[in-house]
Structures are given as structure tokens and as C-alpha cells.
Design a protein around this ligand. Structure first.
Ligand code: GAP
Length: 456
């Protein structure tokens, strides 16, 4: 189990999963760079999502929309007007806080997410909610702070040239609703999914990659008739939870959190939360966005976003059920859950990253028992296997130390090349979790591993 977030941050850096962004310049707050192993893990989660949400579902299509969109998109979506956090400054130590977080941290049963701005302020003042940094309770009034990053296109920095870095993927899917529907000849219900970066000017401390200013979402929008929306909403709540369980997150560390206060676009909203080492945190959201988005885009663009039902000849604006997954938070949850300190029978400690094999950055480590004697054959095997899956090769240190390193980065199998390999063409394959070894013929290894890499 991870004892503290600091332990996970240090582990991630030491083994090449995640590094602090711009570290040599002292870092840039709330930014992180994925290292060689972190990128592999992230890509494996993307592949799993793509399989579950695009490939295994009929009427589901992937999109890769631009990050920069017409600024009117964000007026239509409501983000220009109301995508903001309620901020207060501590008058004593000048630290800036989100008012709802102050209340939540002070008393999780107060349900800050259901409070208006006035109610938050009253609660803070009446209960003397303290500043987490200096302990005083003396705050400014709440000010709304828009989370969208703004930049300019072209050569002049005036308001006519403002563009925003998208704060969510979803709008790319909505503005392309007609394009996809026509090009793919879709009938309702159908879904458009997209994996991509989103940006939010988050000012509050981030808990490692949990809250960052640049992050990746895997968003999924299902367009349907009014009346089919509630069934689909419930379906995706469950589908989402199953996805996380299939990735390896234990059911008892997942829970639903139904929203009391709804975003400006939603009729129903529910998060899936995971129990991180620092407490429960949202990793997914399912939203019933009704016909809000397509109606607004119709109004703001002048293009009708309606659908003509070929069976009933009815024309209407579809409802949207959104199921959105934070990729960075999913990776963080997977690392948090997989990180395991074990005491072995002989009293030795070992660190094991118990990721499911399809998620592990390397699938097998090829280890020559003695570099000088077995190195050449081992390299030949590694080269051959690397045509099928990610392989690492290690000839340094003693075999025990090499096993420990592979355990720590989650490599499911270690393949040892020894005299038996040279004389009889067999190798031993050690299982990361059980540490049991089996003997296989060389030509059986590829299929043995491949058969165990499926995400089902
Ligand atoms: N399109 C709807 C939408 O963006 P959201 O609940 O604001 O909804 C969706 O975000 C998911 O994106 C969240 O469940 C979370 O996993 C992830 N997410 C949101 N803000 C984030 C941030 N600042 N850093 C990392 N992940 C974030």
C-alpha cells in the first residue's frame, strides 16, 4: 500500500513513470511529464479504453478534433460565462483557496458541492473555517475565477483574436455531430469518443497528477432520443465502473457520487470515485446533458443540429449522455493501487507493482544468467520477442537484483537464459506475483505471453 502521496511521487520519478514538469527550472506548479514507463502505461490505458468504448461497441466512432476551436464554441457551451471556481484569499497569509474545498476539508458532511456562493461564504464565516496554511479564519469575499486558458491567434493580441485552449474534449464531439452522423450514416443512438488533452487554469494544489493544468480526457458522448436518456445514463454509470474493475481497480475502492449541485449543462450527474492514499477522488463522470449542447450550438452557429428520424420522419435535437474518464487520474489510481510492499517468507522486503499484464510497461524482461556466456543468445531472444510486445533486456548485477527491479516496475515475467537454453533450447519464466518459475521451450514463449496480455 502507498503510505503517502510523496512515496508515490518519489517512486514514479525513480523508476521513470512521472517526472516533475520543467524540473531543472524548479518546476512549474501542477505540471508533470510522463517518463518512458509512464508513457507506456498511459498508452496501454488508452488502448484498453479504445477497445472497450470504440471497438467493442457498434455505432461508436472515434474523433480527433483540434484543441483550438472557434471562440463562439465556448460561449455556446457556457464556459465563457460560467466555467469558474469560487476563490477566496486568506487575508493573513495571502494563500488562495477554493471556497468549496475549504468547506469540504473542514467538514465533508457539509456537502459544499450543493451550496451557492452565498451559502459557502456564510458557512465559512459562521463556522470560522480556518486557512489550512496559517490556521487563521479571515478571508476575502468569494470571487469567481474562470478556468479557461486564453491565448491569441495572429499578430495582434486584441479581443477579436482570442482563442481558448479547450477545457474539455466534449465540444469537439458536439460540433462534429452532423459531420460524423452524415459521413458514417449513423442512426440514433450512436456514440462519438475522443482521447485528447484539455487545459484548465487550476490554482489549487494538485495532489500529484490528480489536478493538473494540462491533462488528458477520454470522453464519450452518446447521442439519443429524449426518453432513451435515463436508461443510457444508468447503463454508462455501470459500464464505467466495470471498465475500472477490468483495469484492475478493486470494487471496494470505487464508489458512486451523485451530484447535488449540477453543472450548467446537466440534468443528472454522477462521478465514480476511487479511494486514493489521500482519500476519495473523482476519476470519471457520467452526465445527462439533455439537448442543452446541441440546442446552444444551433443558436450560436445558425446551423440546425437536429436529426431526422428515418422511421418516424420526426425532426428533433438529440439528447447527449456523456461518460468522461480522466486519463491521468486513471493512471494515478492504477499506480496507487498496484504499488505493493511485500514481506517475503525469508523476511526480505520487496516492492511489486501489481499491474495487470496488459497494462505493464514491459511484458517480459530477458535476463542472461551470466553476461559473457549467455548474453548473445539472450539478446537474440529479446530481439525476436520485441517484434510482438515490449521487451526489456538487462545483463547488469546479480539475477536477484534484476528480478527486484522488474518487480518494482511491474514486469509480469522474467525470462532467464542459462546453460539449459544453450544446450536444450529451454528457458525459465518467472512470474512476478507468485515468483514461481516454469520451464518453457523457446518457441512456446511468445504464445505463452501473448495469450496472457488480452484485455477482456
Ligand atoms: N466534459 C465534461 C467534463 O469535462 P469534468 O468532470 O469537468 O467533466 C472530466 O472532467 C474528467 O476529467 C474528470 O472526471 C477527471 O477525471 C478529469 N479532470 C478534470 N479536471 C482535471 C484536472 N484539473 N486534472 C486532471 N484531471 C482532470
Amino acid at each position: 500500500m502507498v503510505k503517502s502521496q510523496e512515496e508515490l511521487v518519489n517512486f514514479s520519478k525513480q523508476y521513470g513513470f512521472i517526472f516533475q514538469g520543467s524540473e531543472i527550472y524548479g518546476g512549474l506548479a501542477n505540471t508533470w511529464d510522463y517518463g518512458p514507463l509512464g508513457s507506456r502505461l498511459k498508452n496501454a490505458v488508452k488502448d484498453a479504453w479504445r477497445k472497450r468504448f470504440i471497438e467493442e461497441r457498434l455505432n461508436a466512432y472515434e474523433l480527433d478534433a483540434d484543441i483550438l476551436m472557434h471562440p463562439k464554441v465556448w460561449e455556446a457551451s457556457g464556459h465563457v460565462g460560467s466555467f469558474s471556481d469560487p476563490l477566496v484569499d486568506c487575508k493573513h497569509c495571502k494563500t488562495r483557496h477554493r471556497a468549496d474545498n475549504l468547506v469540504d476539508d473542514f467538514n465533508p458532511d457539509a456537502h459544499a458541492d450543493g451550496m451557492t456562493q452565498e451559502e459557502l461564504m456564510t458557512y465559512i464565516r459562521e463556522n470560522n473555517v480556518p486557512c489550512p496554511k496559517c490556521g487563521k479564519s479571515d478571508f476575502t469575499d468569494i470571487r469567481q475565477f474562470n478556468l479557461m486558458f486564453q491565448t491569441y491567434r495572429g499578430v495582434t493580441n486584441d479581443s477579436k483574436n482570442v482563442v481558448y485552449l479547450r477545457p474539455e474534449n466534449a465540444q469537439g464531439e458536439y460540433v462534429n455531430f452532423l459531420n460524423v452522423q452524415r459521413a458514417m450514416r449513423c442512426k440514433l443512438p450512436f456514440s462519438i469518443g475522443q482521447i485528447g488533452k484539455a487545459f484548465r487554469n487550476e490554482i489549487t494544489p494538485g495532489n500529484f497528477t490528480f489536478r493538473t493544468i494540462e491533462f488528458e480526457q477520454m470522453e464519450y458522448q452518446t447521442f439519443c432520443k429524449n426518453g432513451e436518456d435515463e436508461e443510457l445514463y444508468n447503463f454508462f454509470k455501470e459500464y464505467g465502473k466495470k471498465f475500472f474493475v477490468d483495469l484492475g481497480l478493486p470494487e471496494e475502492k470505487l464508489r458512486y457520487h451523485d451530484h447535488e449541485k449540477l453543472a450548467h449543462y446537466a440534468k443528472q450527474a454522477c462521478d465514480i470515485e476511487y479511494l486514493f492514499n489521500f482519500g476519495w477522488g473523482e476519476i470519471n463522470g457520467t452526465h445527462n446533458r439533455t439537448d442543452f449542447d446541441l440546442t446552444r450550438h444551433t443558436e450560436y452557429s445558425g446551423t440546425s443540429m437536429s436529426y431526422l428520424d428515418p422511421e418516424t420522419n420526426e425532426k428533433f435535437i438529440p439528447y447527449i449522455i456523456e461518460s468522461t474518464y480522466g486519463l491521468d487520474r486513471t493512471v494515478l489510481a492504477l499506480l496507487d493501487n498496484a504499488y505493493t510492499n511485500e514481506t517475503l517468507e525469508n523476511g526480505e522486503e520487496r516492492l511489486v507493482l501489481k499491474l495487470k499484464p496488459f497494462l505493464a510497461p514491459y511484458k517480459v524482461a530477458v535476463l542472461p544468467l551470466i553476461k559473457k556466456v549467455h548474453g548473445e543468445k539472450a539478446m537474440e531472444i529479446a530481439n525476436e520477442l520485441s517484434k510482438h510486445f515490449m521487451v526489456t533486456y538487462d545483463e547488469t548485477a546479480n539475477i536477484g537484483k534484476r528480478y527486484r527491479r522488474e518487480d518494482a516496475i511491474g514486469t509480469p515475467w522474467c525470462l532467464t537464459v542459462d546453460d539449459e537454453t544453450l544446450n536444450n533450447g529451454t528457458v525459465t519464466l518467472r512470474d512476478r506475483d507468485t515468483m514461481q518459475q516454469i520451464t518453457l521451450k523457446l518457441d512456446e514463449v511468445k504464445d505463452y505471453i501473448k495469450d496472457r496480455l488480452e484485455f477482456n
